[in-house]
Unconditional design. Structure first.
Length: 623
């Protein structure tokens, strides 16, 4: 029994990853009508119109790169300094364009480095194709260098929980089936990454095949569900019959590209719109029906409206803990008696966390299009004058609370002053890619999105480094727009090499680094829940006990970028204006007040610790 047949006899297939029929031997020499595996991949990517491939070379990837080498006039190759960064860049690119890129890695550590960014994309319904190497088919289950042969481990089984499907290629011709299916699967239904596990030798070995054509029905249309007129009419009845109706725009609006339809429906029915964090920017900030983000760190008008509404139409929203105040009744939601209409392309999400009055499995764009047609046919608007007046009071309270901070001259710097200056100076087409931590929450409450779809954050998996690296993916997608990330010193230090990648490939971006010498979110939890017993969350030089960080300015300059340290709020505006207008990757090291708390308008609970009380707005009164 050779090693390949031994491996096949002991492997387990099934679950969410696939396999093909057994491998056969190849001479490795191409005949006149034969194609190498690598050339099949490269030519297929050209047919799909893939403009960029990202990854980090290793011995398990050189075969793939030999095929890409022949296509570099049509496919740009970018090599960030770690595989994880390539995934974050491809993730953001897809969110802005709806087009999946390709990310590759060698084997062993390379694919493992990728897993964080793959999981981040999977949780947030973003997509790219992942190609990872594996030992040659003749060495499977041998214990060769980086062979994943022990016990139940295979690269496909490791990726399976965080991709829509993992293909294990066993013959060169398997690529002709896997590639079109992978691209169709990435874009259909609820988008997500797809993985191809590729033995090294199959990149170079040949098969007498032709490059397949892309599937023509893989862009989402085949998954859209039929909607009956009766269902749409029932939605209208509920919304027009409510005294305090709301529309909740979740991340599904962005995935479906349904910004125009959302706006048209809201205006036609005259119903206010608030969003989940993933849906932030579904309406422009200054739209008269826009209330902002609801949730634990939401904008007060949105959170207050959500808990007082009598009917809510939720489109593409998961109702997670941060958005709902950990599902504790009265803080953000009162469902029931509030009646919930939930629309989602994934029927597993409907009714997951709240009972629904009406649940609809549908694509957000199709649903809103049909709802708009029906609403125009009826010609009625919701009677929301009294409701809108009540909401206006909450908006006034919130504006009055926020206004003083926007002009604060305190040092260390008040973070809200920084956001106010960014809002004032950023052009409408500015793309914001949040990193994870307190920086993310400052953005949630105070960044003003003027172009729908131009704000991105890491929601479900919340991986640090998403913004620091992902902002380069934004620059690839929007080369003529300012691309900015709001990040913390913790997240920046995880992936500072993004600056070097920006310089190397001419991808100027701006990193607004809120420097508080801490992993601030976690330190704040220690302060709130553990009596101030802090450990492992402040950056302190052990020998002196002083707060310490590297010199971010010199670090940036060493990588070829421009760094500016800002210690007084009056220094920020000029530096930021120059940064977003330049073609030089720029890091603004902004020293902020590390003790400034982020206002809580809802709550959040981390059992068994009890929920935190709101710090702005009405406190919950228990029965």
């Amino acid at each position: 029994m050779d090693r390949r047949s031994q491996y096949r006899s002991t492997s387990r297939f099934g679950g969410s990853y696939g396999s093909f029929s057994p491998s056969r031997s190849y001479s490795g020499m191409a005949g006149s009508n034969e194609m190498r595996g690598t050339d099949i991949i490269a030519e297929y990517l050209v047919r799909e119109g893939v403009p960029v491939i990202l990854g980090y070379a290793g011995h398990g990837a050189i075969g793939l790169l030999d095929g890409i080498y022949r296509q570099t006039d049509r496919i740009r190759h970018i090599s960030p300094r770690i595989e994880q960064a390539a995934g974050f860049m491809a993730d953001v690119y897809f969110r802005l364009t709806g087009k999946p890129l390709v990310v590759y890695a060698s084997t062993g550590p390379g694919p493992m480095n990728l897993m964080i960014s793959v999981a981040n994309a999977f949780y947030d319904n973003s997509a790219f194709l992942v190609i990872t190497g594996n030992v040659p088919t003749t060495q499977l289950n041998s214990g060769a260098l980086q062979d994943d042969y022990r016990y139940n481990g295979t690269m496909s089984s490791l990726f399976a929980p965080i991709v829509k499907k993992s293909f294990r290629i066993e013959r060169v011709e398997d690529l002709c089936v896997a590639l079109p299916e992978a691209f169709a699967l990435m874009r259909s239904g609820r988008p997500g990454p797809v993985h191809i596990d590729m033995p090294y030798n199959l990149y170079i070995e040949t098969s007498p095949v032709s490059v397949p054509e892309p599937h023509t029905n893989g862009a989402g249309g085949g998954w859209r569900m039929g909607l009956s007129d009766m269902t749409v009419s029932r939605v209208l009845d509920l919304m027009l019959g409510g005294r305090k109706p709301l529309i909740l725009a979740g991340g599904g609006i962005r995935v479906a590209g349904a910004f125009g339809e959302l706006r048209a429906v809201a205006e036609q029915l005259d119903i206010p719109v608030y969003t989940s964090f993933m849906g932030k920017g579904a309406l422009p900030h200054d739209h008269y029906l826009h209330l902002g983000v609801g949730g634990v760190w939401g904008e007060y008008p949105a959170t207050e409206a959500a808990r007082n509404a009598d009917v809510i139409l939720a489109i593409g929203a998961r109702f997670n803990d941060l958005h709902t105040g950990s599902w504790i009744k009265g803080y953000v939601y009162n469902i029931p008696p509030t009646r919930l209409i939930q629309v989602d392309i994934d029927d597993n999400e409907i009714g997951r966390n709240y009972p629904v009055e009406l649940g609809i499995t549908a694509d957000a764009k199709e649903f809103l299009g049909k709802l708009l047609t029906a609403a125009r046919s009826r010609g009625r608007r919701a009677d929301t004058a009294g409701w809108r007046q009540e909401i206006a009071g909450w908006q006034s309270e919130w504006r009055n609370f926020c206004a003083p901070y926007s002009t604060s001259r305190e040092t260390p710097i008040e973070p809200r002053r920084i956001l106010a200056e960014m809002n004032r100076l950023s052009p409408p087409d500015t793309v914001m890619v949040d990193d994870v931590g307190n920086c993310q929450v400052w953005s949630e409450q105070y960044w003003e999105v003027r172009t729908p779809g131009n704000h991105m954050t890491a929601g479900g998996f919340a991986a640090m480094g998403f913004g620091v690296c992902g902002v380069l993916g934004a620059r690839l997608a929007r080369p003529h727009s300012p691309c900015v990330t709001l990040c913390g010193d913790g997240g920046f230090m995880m992936t500072p090499h993004a600056v070097a990648t920006a310089v190397e490939y001419g991808l100027p971006a701006v990193w607004v680094l809120l420097n508080n010498y801490a992993i601030g979110t976690i330190r704040d939890l220690q302060r709130a829940y553990l009596g101030g017993r802090e450990l492992g969350t402040s950056f302190i030089k052990e020998s002196t006990g002083e707060l310490w960080n590297p010199d971010f300015v010199r670090m940036t300059e060493a990588m070829g970028g421009r760094g500016i340290r800002i210690e007084h709020p009056d220094e920020f505006a000029d530096a930021y204006a120059e940064a977003i207008g330049s073609d030089v990757p720029t890091v603004l090291d902004v020293v902020i007040n590390r003790d400034t708390g982020i206002p809580i308008t809802g709550t959040w609970q981390m059992p068994p610790i009890p929920e935190v009380a709101p710090t702005f707005g009405r406190r919950l009164v228990r029965d």
